[in-house]
Design a protein around this ligand. Sequence first.
Ligand code: ATP
Ligand code: MG
Length: 394
Amino acid sequence: MENRGDLPVTYLLKPGELTLKGGNKPEFERALRRNLEALLRSTGAKVIPAKGRYFVHSPEDAAGAVEEALSRLMGISGWARTRVCGKSPEEVLRACVETAGECYAAGIGTFKVEARRTDKSFPLDSYEIRSRGGSAILEAWPGLTVDVHNPQAVINVEIRDRAYVYGMERRGLRGLPVGTAGRGLLLLSGGIDSPVAGFMMLSRGMKVDAVYFHAYPYTSDEARRKVVRLAEILGRYALGVRLHTLGFTEVQLRIKERAPEPWSTVLLRMAMMECAEKLARKTGLKCLITGESLSQVASQTVENLSCTQSRVGLPVLRPLIGMDKEDIIRKSEAIGAYAVSILPYEDCCVIFSPPHPVLRGNPQEAGELYEKLDLTALIEEALRTRTVEKCAYP
Ligand code: ATP
Ligand code: MG
């Protein structure tokens, strides 16, 4: 059926949640394939879809790059480098033994064999593949034992156009293919939370642009470069992220000048939201995304969140709203952002942070204070300072 050419290495990919889709499933499958092919572009590898699977055939010397690409593909639940052999019981059993031998060499002590037969003409049924595969492995590797409930390795056999046998399955990023859930605008600061929030929306299939409000010289150029690096890290999972940088110093100074000090953070967030919404509408983005998490800081009490979003019509998505800080940090480490997020360049100068912030702002009062700031022209001006860069992982 397929032509692998002279590509000797094969990977088998298992699509994740998209397998649960109904009539619109082909759309998700097309997006997954498109993203996969784009991630593999420079590797010389070839993608071949099959029923419930994707196969990637790769040159030997590109295997490292292919594995790296698969580790950042949204929408697959797992993947493995697989042996490919002819559909005779002898070849399949030999592949089981070789695969188990690799697992054994990697320190694994218990295993079970799983079998799936798409081609029902194969002489052994699934039960026979499991039991004969298990026996062959035990005979070849007496140090291994079977554990059907909690094995350290599962030796998988899939009989399709050819026979595929694989051991060490790697966990995929899961989620849905990026590009299947519309586009949103992430408010990206240099902190820990907002990059994680962006990752979570990417993993739901949303294509994300990012906006950073820069208050030069109160925030340094290092702080801005840190945000660029964070956007690049997000870009790894999304084939690049567009970062919009806006000069926000004048807005911040106006707030400092005219707002009651305890309100300054809430009013600044309101201004960021208003400006972000204008940018989103201009660029066709359908929602705003923030790294806010309930009660993490004073500006994120439920009352203050209602102030912050009170002047915005687009949905404001806060994927971290119910997450514990430690879990957010763990996620930040897992996506490779943490080391950058904790670099010491502050995203907001202390002169703008009130020592006694309001904890339970009233949206009406917030609205009245906000009106007095007369920010419309300054926000338009901030939008005019916009620079845009495409951030892809170097
Ligand atoms: P983070 O770790 O993402 O900075 P945080 O817990 O420090 O979040 P805040 O500083 O109150 O919380 O910011 C709340 C949210 O507002 C951030 O998660 C981010 O989405 C947005 N935000 C804050 N500062 C900026 C900025 N300078 N540019 C763009 N968005 C920002
Ligand atoms: Mg912050």
